[in-house]
Design a protein around this ligand. Sequence first.
Ligand code: MG
Length: 382
Amino acid sequence: MKKQPQIKRIGAVIVAAGRGTRAGGPLPKQWQLLAGRSVAHWTCARFTQRRDISEVILVIHPDDAAHAASIKGVQTCSGGKSRDASVRAGLDALSENTTHVLIHDVARCTVPDAVIDGVIAALDTSIGAAPALPVSDALWRGADGQVTGTQDRAGLFRAQTPQGFLRSAIHAAHAAHIGSAADDVEVARAAGLDVHITQGDEANLKITTPADFARAEAHLEQTMDVRLGNGFDVHAFEDGDHVILCGVRIPHDKALKGHSDADVAMHAVTDAIYGALADGDIGQHFPPSDPQWKGAASEIFLRHAVALAVERGFAISNIDCTLICEQPKIGPHAQAMRLKMSELMGLDLDRISVKATTSEKLGFTGREEGIAALANATLVKT
Ligand code: MG
């Protein structure tokens, strides 16, 4: 049974309703932290960051809504008592126009893109496709600590997820299935659907035991996409009675000259984020020649850069900004500046540093002709 639909619109169902505690710890494994975020967060991100997947349904236990609330880009629904019931709930939650679905175990938080690519590609010509690895170890049967027999491994595979299907076909297969199943391939085959085997990967770890957490964490840290950007800006003084730095109004006997509100510190931070994304600078996104930015609050620029980072799948890990000037004194205002930046960027206060130095009366900052600012931003792919 083969079918080739005209347009593929792919949804993902991530099954996370289990209460599994084999992995140890006080919480079900999908809510335990791995490299600072929950297992479910990492797993969802593998799917939400892809442009070829239109929707991601996270099937959770009704008690776990608070854990799931911080996961971006997913729609949650409540699962059932069994894995099968949870998958059915996830399938029911998909949009009507979704043609294909990838069903994935939440415990596989390190699934490589290539494994997902392989399943999606196979769905061009097959109604079902799932990744697996051939068994390479010898297989025994055993009882009471004794080998009681051997098993030929030829033709045996270790199944992985995501398992992909034509949505209508797996939906009907689940509706007709009686009893439990080890996975969705079993359900599909019981309904007579063909399932193509695609390339699995040893890196597609399934977290089951406490030791698996350490392996998954090491893998995430090795493959983490971390970007560093820097920004530098200078604005000259002109007549006035205050400056705005990191969004905070600071009384001064001069003002900063600029097309916008001349917030030199916020400009440096904004450019650091654009820099980490390798996406130009403020001048390219908000040309000074465009009159609509005259006198604009610089937080418009910062919010744009932060939104761009999120859109590209990055979380801002930290910001470090240094102001260089003799006057005004920054120290008394640094905390207010950090608070303002924390609020604007949606970042914890301990991820935002604002500090200052003088240039020992040397150069333009030493002569109090203006203020310079430099900033670094670290972005981490989530
Ligand atoms: Mg500027």
